[in-house]
Design a protein around this ligand. Structure first.
Ligand code: ADP
Length: 480
């Protein structure tokens, strides 16, 4: 599998390749170009060259490309779903969610070229007409993760391109073929050469690409979706270059269950929010706070449902818990569960790896100082805690370095809203679980979960420069 640079599918300049491997079967999904800073530089230069004409392209040309890209992606839907399973271990229901999101994103982005590009501003200088004009920024670097490879790569490129920018996309080393498929879709839709470029790299070599994207002055913005650790490191480097970044990072998301709630619904919602894509979604619930009168019954029913979730081959539509992305990730999950248990946690469900899977796992009595209790563990593990009242639920929910999202399940929505408005999170859902996204929503976290938003419409702030322009019809007086 090659890189896309300036409209050509090419090998890496250093000639190296690596294998993208299925997390379920260990089979080679694709043999991929292992690019580095030289390929990245070439891709940036190709994007810069394409920027002028693309930024001046007519709205209907851009719209047509996005609509054709959506049709092409839809036509290849079965292939996309199979690839997501093969390369990233994505189960059928989550692949359907990803595909639906990406199609909607492309179709909504098709309207962006027609969005208003500025404002007229009143001026106190007689005869001056003042405007705030939005202009595309130029080359955008897009760094995407593997977990929701289709949706997160699509949103990393769709807004920037629709707004007249050009892009260098760096997919994860765990999902290069998914990134290439997206690029193929845009090429088939008629996107001009150089508007979208794809650079791939081998395991452990992301920094070759990332450092060039950050340091190269032609790159005007970076968007990053991934872990807080990596995002923080990149943001520090970007700060040295005064380069703006959009950061969508990890979460340690609380789900609060209030007394009086419909327990059947609460259990169903919490099971989905905790275990979708085997817990490998930044929005997954990691901590469930339940009011004490219902805590025991909720925990028992929740654990029973978790224990019953089918584990196995992601290509089987019945599977709920597919494989964890890598052996390293699996061992991190296992180590953190073992640490919690060694410090007094009780396992209500799961708790033993079944390589390459980790079954849905429910823990109680987890002490606050073990990693599971405060850090994002990217897998199907959730902690339940009883709380005395709503105030304690809010206090504990907010006692986190993260601020991605939160959810409140309550007997009525007003009661839920009263709790929700006190939660420090970028996204809060009442009477729903934590995992929700639609392309037009202002998706984004606070605190260590990042800043900025990809939402169609909101992305305008991220991927355009605001320029103040004035014009006069006649000379004006000057004081000297
Ligand atoms: P995850 O644990 O979800 O893989 P990461 O933050 O490691 O989260 O990865 C998210 C994206 O960031 C991936 O595309 C990965 O290759 C990339 N990445 C990791 N390290 C760096 C780096 N030093 N520079 C640029 N990108 C990086």
């Amino acid at each position: 599998m090659r890189q896309l640079i300036g409209g050509e599918w090419i090998d890496s300049r250093n000639g190296r390749v690596f294998d993208s491997v299925s997390p379920w079967s260990g089979e080679v999904v694709a043999t991929v170009a292992a690019g580095d800073q030289d390929d990245t530089r070439a891709a940036i230069e190709a994007a810069q060259q394409a920027f002028g004409p693309w930024s001046e392209s007519l709205p209907h040309e851009r719209q047509g490309i996005f609509l054709r890209a959506a049709d092409e992606l839809e036509r290849r839907g079965d292939e996309v779903i199979a690839l997501l399973a093969h390369e990233t271990g994505c189960t059928r229901h989550f692949a359907d969610i990803q595909l639906e999101f990406a199609l909607s994103l492309l179709r909504q982005s098709a309207a962006l070229p027609y969005a208003s590009q500025g404002q007229l501003l009143p001026s106190d200088l007689p005869g001056t007409r003042a405007m705030a004009v939005r202009r595309p920024v130029g080359v955008v670097g897009a760094i995407a993760p593997w977990n929701a490879a289709l949706t997160l790569s699509s949103r990393a490129v769709a807004g920037p391109i629709a707004l007249g920018n050009t892009v260098v996309l760096k997919p994860s080393e765990h999902a290069p073929a998914c990134g290439a498929l997206l690029a193929e879709v845009f090429v088939a839709a008629g996107l001009p050469p150089g508007v979208l470029n794809l650079v791939t790299h081998g395991p452990g070599e992301a920094a070759f690409v990332g450092e060039e994207l950050i340091a190269n002055p032609l790159v005007r913005r970076i968007n990053f979706t991934g872990s807080t650790t990596t995002g923080r490191r990149l943001a520090e480097a970007a700060g040295r270059h005064l380069k703006r970044m959009l950061l969508q990072l990890g979460g340690h998301n609380p789900l609060i269950v209030l007394d009086g709630v419909d327990l059947d619904y609460a259990v169903d919602a919490a099971v989905f929010g905790s275990f979708v894509h085997q817990g490998q979604v930044c929005m997954c619930a990691r901590r469930i706070y339940v009011e004490r009168p219902i805590a025991e019954e909720f925990s028992e029913r929740f654990a029973a449902r978790a224990a019953s979730l089918p584990v196995g081959d992601p290509a089987d539509p019945e599977t709920v818990i597919g494989p964890v992305i890598s052996r390293w990730a699996l061992s991190t999950i296992a180590r953190r569960v073992e640490e919690a248990v060694a410090h007094g946690a009780r396992v209500l469900a799961g708790g033993e790896a079944r390589p390459p899977c980790y079954p849905a796992t429910v823990l109680v009595d987890v002490p606050p100082d073990v990693e599971l209790a405060f850090d994002e563990t990217f897998g199907p593990v959730v902690v339940i805690d009883a709380v005395e009242d709503r105030d304690e639920a809010v206090r504990r929910a907010n006692a986190s370095a993260f601020g991605m999202n939160a959810a409140v399940l309550a007997a009525d929505a007003a009661q839920g809203m009263e709790v929700a408005r006190r939660l420090d999170a970028g996204i809060v859902h009442v009477n729903d679980q934590t995992v929700n996204d639609e392309p037009q929503m202002p998706f984004g976290g606070t605190k260590d979960s990042g800043w900025g938003s990809f939402g169609v419409g909101f992305a305008v702030d991220e991927f355009t420069e605001l320029q103040w322009v004035t014009t006069r019809d006649a000379p004006r007086p000057f004081p000297f």
